[in-house]
Write a protein that binds this ligand. Sequence first.
Ligand code: FMN
Length: 187
Amino acid sequence: MNEVLQNIKARRSVRAYTDRQVSAQDLDLILEAAAYAPNGMHYETWHFTAIQDAAILTELNKVIKGAFAKSDEPRLRERGQSETYCCYYHAPTLVIVSNEPTQWWASMDCACALENIFLAARSLGIGSCWINQLGQTCDDPEVRALLTRLGVPQNHKVYGCAALGYESANTSQKEKWIKEGTITIVR
Ligand SMILES: Cc1cc2nc3c(=O)[nH]c(=O)nc-3n(C[C@H](O)[C@H](O)[C@H](O)COP(=O)(O)O)c2cc1C
C-alpha cells in the first residue's frame, strides 16, 4: 500500500491530547493543505481561523456552553451546565472552518478542507478530531461576538472545526471496518 493510502487508513479521531503545541511550521503546512482542497466553482469563499491561545479556547468553550444552556434540547442544556464539558477535548490548537452560506455547497467545501487538515496532520504525527459544536452555536450573540473578535468573517457560518494536537499516550483507538453493503461496484 502506498503512503497516501496508509495515511488515510491510519487516521482516527483523537479525543485526548497532551499539552504539547503544534509548531508554527506544521500549522502552516496543515493550513496550506486545507486551502488546496477542492471547492465548488473554485470560489475559495472559505476562511480558516486557527487558535493556539489556551485562554481564548477556554473562553470559546464557555460561550458555546452558554449557547447550549439556552437550548430546548435537554441533552444540550446538560452540556451547557456541565463543569467539565470541553467540546475541543483540551486540544492545544483549534482550526475554525467557515464559509459564506450563499452557495448550497458551502458545507461541502469545508468538509473537503477538513479532511485535508486531518490527513495532513496525521502525516505529520499530529492527532485531530472534527469538532461540530460551533455549527450549532455560531449565530448565538455571545458566540458570534467572540468569533468576530477572532477574525471569523461576519457573513460566514461555521461548518466545522479541527482539534489538533499530540495524542495522549493512554488512549486506545477502536478497530475500524467498513460496514457491509457500503460499497457497490457495477462493471
Ligand atoms: C460531520 C462530522 C461531525 C463530527 N462531529 C464530531 C464532534 O463534534 N465531536 C467528536 O468527538 N467527533 C466528531 N466527529 C468524528 C466522528 O465521530 C468520527 O469520525 C467517527 O466516529 C469515525 O471515527 P474515526 O474518525 O476515528 O474514523 C464528527 C465527524 C464528522 C464527519
